[in-house]
Structures are given as structure tokens and as C-alpha cells.
Ligand binder design. Structure first.
Ligand SMILES: Cc1cc2nc3c(=O)[nH]c(=O)nc-3n(C[C@H](O)[C@H](O)[C@H](O)COP(=O)(O)OP(=O)(O)OC[C@H]3O[C@@H](n4cnc5c(N)ncnc54)[C@H](O)[C@@H]3O)c2cc1C
Length: 617
């Protein structure tokens, strides 16, 4: 196996993440202390996850800070996502949501700076609260209130009823936790918009006065202490308000330079885009890892069907098709995430806050906060959920065992349907905001050639264009009939979803082609081009009914799709070893039984289960 080839593949997959950083992070996380604990459950497991988070924080280099070193933050996200999805959720909330919110708004607020430093030292962990229990789309209709009390120059934080109770990581209440709570500010009865407020919500002795925390409401595939948090007239000092330039004059009159409650809401939500960047990296990584692991299993496992005893599992066409499409998906998602994260890292460097475009705010605030990153989160989450499930199924019972990882990786994809914002709502808002932009020029007509990436890109661009055009036509016709917004949009939502997905597919394929073009090693480049082709062909085949109905190809070409996909899978089979090495997990800790290089799977599983047994006694 050529090391140069693996190195080139690794570089392409790593994108902007330097190989040394990825290796360094893998070594840091190799310590057994960070492994997903399968022998713990409920509170014990959640407490352990917080202990892992604190240990991780203490072991991170003290300088530079993570947000000054975005590549390190992304490499951590990738590796923690693979190693321990529950810890990833804790890490993303702590850094991506809480520390980043404090850092964005702490200017001129000493208390906020102090709270951030306490979080960066691991003395306290973060809980972020925007979602409320009572209604859909609660993130744009916050009901938790922070009422200004002029007598004490302080605020009173209150949940008016159970519908306004927050969903957050509050299911264990004996940790030192800091809450970042998005609440509606009221001054002298006036609704001043939604701001973030920062305050300690619990210590080792339990919740702070005025805070009620529920038991954990378990989400089994990625366990964490998700729960409910209510505020009962909790008194907050003035500096708990992360006012971001808004203020009260000497007469107690509120002013906000943004001058618009929607702009204020989006500005308050500076943090989710960090979670989308971190999440997309973790989701792409688990997709690649599960594909590589299932491929490895398929190369080592012999089958005993009567027609061909002692044949490798991977020699079967069904296995090849499923697992190489999985790998191709992992590669495409990695390129897509790398591109989105490169933009995100650039913005971090610039340190200024981009002007807020609220045109995408309708169902949820997410697309208005950052359309591309929100979409990246959606597509990497769905790809991870689907791909890890497929890989799990392709490994039989080995796929079902928690020890082998697939269920937790699938779980990470699953919870990111809603974590960081509901995926469907992000798609709806993406489509609405695309509609608000001028329709681009129609793509040049292209011949359908299954072996040409430019031709395949042309085809998916044509689909994106035509769907967008169809949405625009239907929208204008309903508008002309004087339909209400609900009458107009409700029947268009399925098409809106397709518009956003087709737009996303174009971005994904463009990212992959750009990545391929930058690869110097011809063999590596060829392999990555084959993966890209396979990814696009798989999608075109899934949407073949639409392409046929639009006469973009005929029945003859439709049948050619299957042959082309089979040929690509056969080509990849010849290079499966370097692909597994490049895409596979880079952990140096105790390997999962399926990936143990030192022993065969039955021996590795036997010894892992014996070890687990000892540990839990
Ligand atoms: C693992 C995990 C971690 C989380 N962590 C946090 C956290 O730290 N802090 C926090 O504040 N929140 C957190 N959340 C909550 C998350 O942000 C919300 O679950 C998500 O935004 C969706 O809101 P909801 O659950 O109220 O769903 P709803 O908004 O009620 O949506 C329910 C369903 O209805 C559909 N729907 C909703 N409205 C419409 C509409 N107008 N038109 C058509 N369809 C619609 C949606 O697509 C969805 O399928 C977390 C969630 C998960 C799963």
C-alpha cells in the first residue's frame, strides 16, 4: 500500500486542517478517560460526561484560545464526534454556544469576561437556552421574560408558564453550571426584543434560588442530561444582560442601535453558526469513519453461501454498492463541510460582525443567522444518519453492538435533525431566501455523460435551476391571486424543500470538484473523482423520475446509470485498502473490535467484552 497515496488522500480529506493538528488532537483524545462509557447510564453517565468535558478543557493548550485557533477547534470536533458523541454535544454547547456568546458580547462587561474565563478554565460548564416547550417555532417567539426593575437596577427572570420552560442540558443539577438564557427584555412594560442573559444556574449543591431543573429526559442514542429549566422570578444583576451596545439612558429609557427586534434576535443568536461548523465537521467525520469501518469488516469477513464459499463479503455487488456509496457520501460531506468551515474561520479572523440579513427569517432564525452553515448542518446530519445506518446494517449484528460505534454515530446524525435548529425549517427558510434573490442564468445545456463530472454537475445545476424557477412561477401565480401568506406557502413547502436540497447538492458537488482539482497526486485525484462521480450518480438515480419527466435523459440513459455505478464500485474495490486507511478512524486508543489491527474480529470482540465486564464490576 502506497504511503504517498494515503497521505494525498488524507490531505484532501483534511482540507484546511493541518495533518499535524489532526494527529495532535487524536493523541490528546486517545486517553481512555474520553471513551464513550457503555457501562454507565442515567445520571452517572451524564456526570461522567461533564467530568470528561472538564478534563478535556484542562488538557487543552492554554494558548491560543480555541476561537483563535479554529483549525484546532474543528479537529477537536471531528475527533470527539467519532470518539464520544455525548461528549461532543457537551463540548459544542460549552464552547460553540456558551463561551462564544460571552466572547461576542463581553466588551465593557467585566462580569461577562469573568464568567467566560470560569468556563474556559473548566470551573463551570455551560447550558444554552433558546428553545421553549410550548409552541413550535419557539425560537422566534421567546416568552421567557427578563423584566427591568428600576428600583434595584437589576432584572427579574421569569418563565410565565410551563409553555415557556426552556429545553437545555439541565438534567443533572449538582454541577457548577452557567446558563446563557435568551429572554425577552421588558423595560417599563415595553417589549425590547430578545437578548442573552448570563448567570450561574447551579452549583455542586443544586440549582440556584429561582431556578428549577427537571430530571433528565433521555435521548438514548446520544445520552446527555437534556431536561427542562424554569425560572421563578430569579433576580439577576444588571451585568447579566449581554446588551451588545443596547442600553438604558439615565431616565431608564431603552435604546438599541440595531433598532429592529428581528435584527436583535439574529444578533443575539451569534453562537449557533459555531455549532453548525463544529457539528458539520463531526458529522462528516462519523460518516467517513463508519464507511471505512464497514468496508474494513467487509474486506476481512468471509461468506459461506453455497454458491461461493470463502468469498469476501466485499466481493458481493450489493455490499460494494452500499459501502462505496457510503464512502462517497462521507467524502462529499467532508468537502462540503471543509468549504463552509473555511468561510467560517475567515469570518472569525476578521472579528467583525457581519450585517444581519433578516430576509430568511420566517420559520426559524437559523438561515438568517448564516444560510450556508445552517444548510451544511442539515445536509451533513442527514447524510450521517442515513449512511451510518446503512453501514450498521451492512455489518449484521456487529453493526448493532454499541462497542463498534455505528449506533452512536447514527445517533449523532439523528439528534442533529433538531440540535442546532430543525432541519426542515432550515430548508424552508433557505428556499424562501433563494426565492428573494434574482434567478441566476439558466445553466448551459449539457450532454448527459455518466463519466464526466462537468456533465454531471451541469445536470444537478439544471435541476436546481428548474426547481427554483418552478417555485418562483407558482409563488408569483399565487401572489397574483391575492392568496394569504399561509395559503400561498403551505402548498409550496414540499417544493421549497426540494429547491433547498437541490441547491445544497450543487454546493456539495462544487466543493468536491474543487477539492479534487487541488490534489496533485494523480492516483489520489482519480480515486477522489471516482468517489465524487459515484456520489452524484447515486443522487441522480434517486431522482431519476424527475430527470425523465423533464426529458433531461431518456430510458436508455437511465439504464446506463446502474451500469456506470457498478463500474465505479468495481474500480474502488481495487483500491479499498488505501481508502480505508485514509478515511478510517485515527484514534490511537483501544480500538473498536471491528478495527482492531492486532487480532481477528472474534478474538477482539471476546477480549473487549471480557474487558468491559471487568471494568463494570
Ligand atoms: C440533542 C438536542 C440538543 C438540543 N440542545 C439544545 C440546547 O442546548 N438549547 C436549546 O435551546 N435547544 C436545544 N435543542 C432544541 C432544538 O433547538 C429544537 O428541538 C429544535 O429547534 C426544534 O424545535 P422543537 O423541538 O420545538 O420542534 P418544533 O418547532 O415543534 O417542530 C416540530 C416539527 O414540526 C415541524 N414544524 C414546526 N413548525 C412548522 C411550521 N411552521 N410549518 C411546517 N412545519 C413545522 C418541524 O419541521 C418539526 O418536524 C436541542 C435539541 C436536541 C434534539
Amino acid at each position: 500500500m502506497s504511503n504517498a497515496l494515503i497521505q494525498s488522500l488524507n490531505q484532501a480529506i483534511g482540507g484546511p486542517l493541518p495533518e499535524a493538528v489532526r494527529r495532535n488532537v487524536a493523541e490528546l483524545l486517545a486517553d481512555d478517560i474520553f471513551r464513550q462509557r457503555l457501562d454507565l447510564a442515567g445520571r452517572a453517565l451524564h456526570r461522567n460526561t461533564y467530568a470528561q468535558l472538564r478534563t478535556l478543557i484542562q488538557r487543552l493548550p492554554s494558548s491560543p484560545k480555541l476561537f483563535d485557533s479554529p483549525q484546532y477547534l474543528l479537529a477537536l470536533s471531528e475527533q470527539i464526534g467519532i470518539r464520544n458523541p455525548s461528549l461532543f454535544i457537551a463540548f459544542a454547547i460549552h464552547y460553540g454556544l456558551c463561551i462564544s456568546t460571552l466572547a461576542a458580547f463581553e466588551s465593557g462587561n467585566k462580569m461577562a469576561g469573568k464568567l467566560r474565563r470560569a468556563m474556559e478554565s473548566g470551573k463551570t460548564v455551560g447550558a444554552y437556552m433558546i428553545t421553549e416547550l410550548g409552541r413550535s417555532n419557539s425560537q422566534i417567539t421567546t416568552r421567557t421574560e427578563a423584566v427591568y426593575d428600576p428600583a434595584t437596577h437589576a432584572f427579574v427572570l421569569h418563565s410565565p408558564d410551563n409553555g415557556a420552560v426552556k429545553f437545555s442540558n439541565v438534567g443533572v443539577s449538582d454541577q457548577s453550571k452557567l446558563g446563557i438564557v435568551c429572554a425577552r427584555l421588558r423595560v417599563a412594560g415595553q417589549d425590547c426584543g430578545v437578548f442573552a442573559f448570563a448567570m450561574p444556574i447551579s452549583t455542586r449543591r443544586g440549582p440556584k434560588p429561582g431556578v428549577r431543573m427537571s430530571e433528565a429526559a433521555e435521548i438514548p442514542l446520544v445520552p446527555f442530561d437534556y431536561g427542562l429549566c424554569a425560572f421563578d422570578h430569579m433576580r439577576l444583576p444588571f451585568d447579566a444582560w449581554l446588551n451588545d451596545g443596547a442600553g438604558l439612558d439615565k431616565n431608564g429609557v431603552f435604546h438599541d442601535p440595531l433598532g429592529d427586534p428581528d435584527k436583535r434576535l439574529i444578533r443575539t443568536l451569534v453562537a449557533p453558526k459555531h455549532v453548525w461548523a463544529m457539528g458539520s465537521r463531526a458529522l462528516a467525520a462519523v460518516t467517513c469513519t463508519s464507511a471505512a469501518l464497514a468496508l474494513k469488516h467487509a474486506t476481512q469477513r468471509f461468506t459461506m453461501a453455497r454458491m461461493a464459499p470463502q468469498t469476501r463479503l466485499l466481493d458481493y455487488s450489493t455490499q460494494q454498492r452500499a459501502l462505496f456509496v457510503a464512502l462517497a457520501t462521507g467524502y462529499a460531506m467532508t468537502c462540503f463541510s471543509n468549504d463552509a468551515c473555511a468561510d467560517w474561520a475567515e469570518h472569525l479572523k476578521q472579528k467583525h460582525v457581519a450585517a444581519t440579513d433578516i430576509s430568511a427569517l420566517n420559520f426559524a432564525p437559523w438561515s438568517a443567522a448564516h444560510r450556508r452553515l445552517a444548510l451544511t448542518k442539515v445536509l451533513t446530519a442527514w447524510a450521517a444518519e442515513e449512511t451510518c445506518a446503512e453501514c450498521r446494517l451492512r455489518c449484521g449484528v456487529a453493526g448493532d453492538l454499541s462497542l463498534n460505534g455505528f449506533l452512536h454515530w447514527q445517533g449523532l446524525g439523528h439528534v442533529f435533525n433538531d440540535a442546532g435548529g430543525n432541519n426542515w425549517l432550515i430548508l424552508f427558510d433557505t428556499a424562501r431566501s433563494l426565492l428573494a434573490e434574482p434567478l441566476p442564468d439558466a445553466p448551459a445545456p449539457c450532454m448527459f455523460d455518466t463519466s464526466s463530472l462537468p456533465s454531471l454537475l451541469g445536470l444537478v445545476k439544471t435541476r436546481a435551476y428548474r426547481l427554483r424557477q418552478a417555485l418562483a412561477v407558482k409563488f408569483q401565480s399565487s401572489e397574483a391571486q391575492g392568496c394569504s401568506a399561509m395559503e400561498l406557502w403551505n402548498p409550496l413547502l414540499p417544493l421549497a424543500r426540494e429547491v433547498a436540497l437541490a441547491h445544497g447538492l450543487v454546493l456539495i458537488v462544487e466543493s468536491a470538484i474543487k477539492t479534487n482539482e487541488a490534489v496533485a497526486d494523480p492516483q489520489a485525484r482519480q480515486l477522489l473523482e471516482v468517489l465524487t462521480q459515484l456520489y452524484v450518480l447515486e443522487h441522480i438515480q434517486r431522482q431519476a423520475a424527475w430527470y425523465l419527466s423533464e426529458a433531461l435523459f431518456d430510458a436508455h440513459r437511465y439504464h446506463a446509470l446502474e451500469t456506470a455505478i457498478t463500474v465505479l464500485c468495481e474500480r474502488l474495490t481495487g483500491s479499498v485498502e488505501p481508502l480505508i486507511s485514509a478515511f478510517g478512524s485515527r484514534e490511537t486508543a483501544v480500538p473498536r473490535p471491528l478495527e482492531d489491527p492486532t487480532q481477528c474480529y472474534p478474538d477482539a470482540l471476546m477480549s473487549a467484552l471480557t474487558r468491559q465486564d471487568h471494568r463494570s464490576r
